[in-house]
Design a binder for this molecule. Structure first.
Ligand code: PEP
Ligand code: MN
Length: 271
């Protein structure tokens, strides 16, 4: 067997502290779960309660949504951030939410513990520089048409302004087959772990676009070395205002947690 350490390929991941004694990129994997979009207090509260019940510590939820069509639901904006923070505080959860532009960066930072930069914004350099000026963990999603080199260069743009608290997120790249929404690039998860010191998590929801494939893709990502997962859940997925097809019902939260624990154990890690 080739010993990556002796041939100089193995890069030690530098964990990123995200608050409440939690870090991404350490021995324990981290699950971040919640709705694609914050739709209402009731919806987000139901998800947060189930997330907490499953022993998961980070709540995801979009308040500013990068929708392909301008006619789709665009998110609740600050109202959504307020809901997210309130329910997260009730259950002692951390919050991750996306900032679409520089204009709302401060606003998102006021409510969220981790700022998400979306796939469509991976090369929005002024946004990368602005988030680089902040002292806040950043989740940098891979552009769905971006190479590994471009992705790491985008991370360097953030680092160039001083912020090294970067978590990368593989969320699927565009392929030729419309059977799935994207192609989950598990190979690159493993490769990034060799090439860069940033923690890497995977988003099996956007990678597959299909509820029935989310768990297998989640398991594959952790087996490939992902430091965690970002997964979409909804109390009533078929009624979701965004990404219902790929959202799992809340009953699957303990299933995801248990399967993640088993895979983590198999690769020498924990949940
Ligand atoms: C999301 O996580 O809600 C999202 C919009 O993801 P992406 O930027 O990967 O499409
Ligand atoms: Mn989504």
């Amino acid at each position: 067997m080739i010993d990556l350490e002796t041939i100089g390929l193995e890069t030690q991941t530098r964990p990123v502290a995200i608050g409440a004694g939690l870090q991404v990129g350490g021995e324990a994997i981290v699950l971040m779960c919640g709705p694609c979009s914050v739709e209402s207090y009731e919806q987000t509260h139901a998800v947060a309660a189930a997330v907490h019940q499953a022993g998961i510590r980070v709540l995801r939820g979009g308040a500013f949504k990068p929708r392909t069509s301008p006619h789709s639901f665009q998110g609740l904006g600050e109202e959504g951030l307020k809901i997210l923070r309130a329910v997260a505080d009730e259950f002692s959860l951390l919050v991750i939410s996306e900032a679409l532009g520089i204009e709302e960066l401060e606003l998102v930072a006021n409510y969220a513990d981790i700022i998400q930069i979306g796939s469509r914004n991976m090369q929005h350099f002024p946004l990368l520089w602005a988030v680089g000026e902040m002292d806040k963990p950043v989740l940098l999603k891979r552009g769905f048409m971006s190479t590994l080199h471009e992705w790491l260069a985008a991370a360097e743009h953030i680092v160039s302004r001083g912020n090294e608290k970067i978590i990368l997120c593989e969320r699927g790249i565009r392929g030729f087959d419309s059977a799935t929404r994207n192609v989950l690039d598990t190979t690159t998860i493993a490769l990034v772990k060799q090439m860069a010191h940033f923690p890497v998590i995977a988003d099996p929801s956007h990678a597959t676009g299909r509820r029935d494939l989310v768990l297998p893709a989640a398991r594959a990502s952790l087996a490939a070395g992902a430091d965690g997962l970002l997964v979409e859940f909804h109390p009533d997925p078929d009624a979701a205002l965004s990404d219902g097809d790929q959202s799992l019902p809340l009953s699957m939260l303990p299933v995801l947690a248990e399967q993640s624990r088993l895979i983590a154990k198999a690769v020498g890690r924990s949940l």
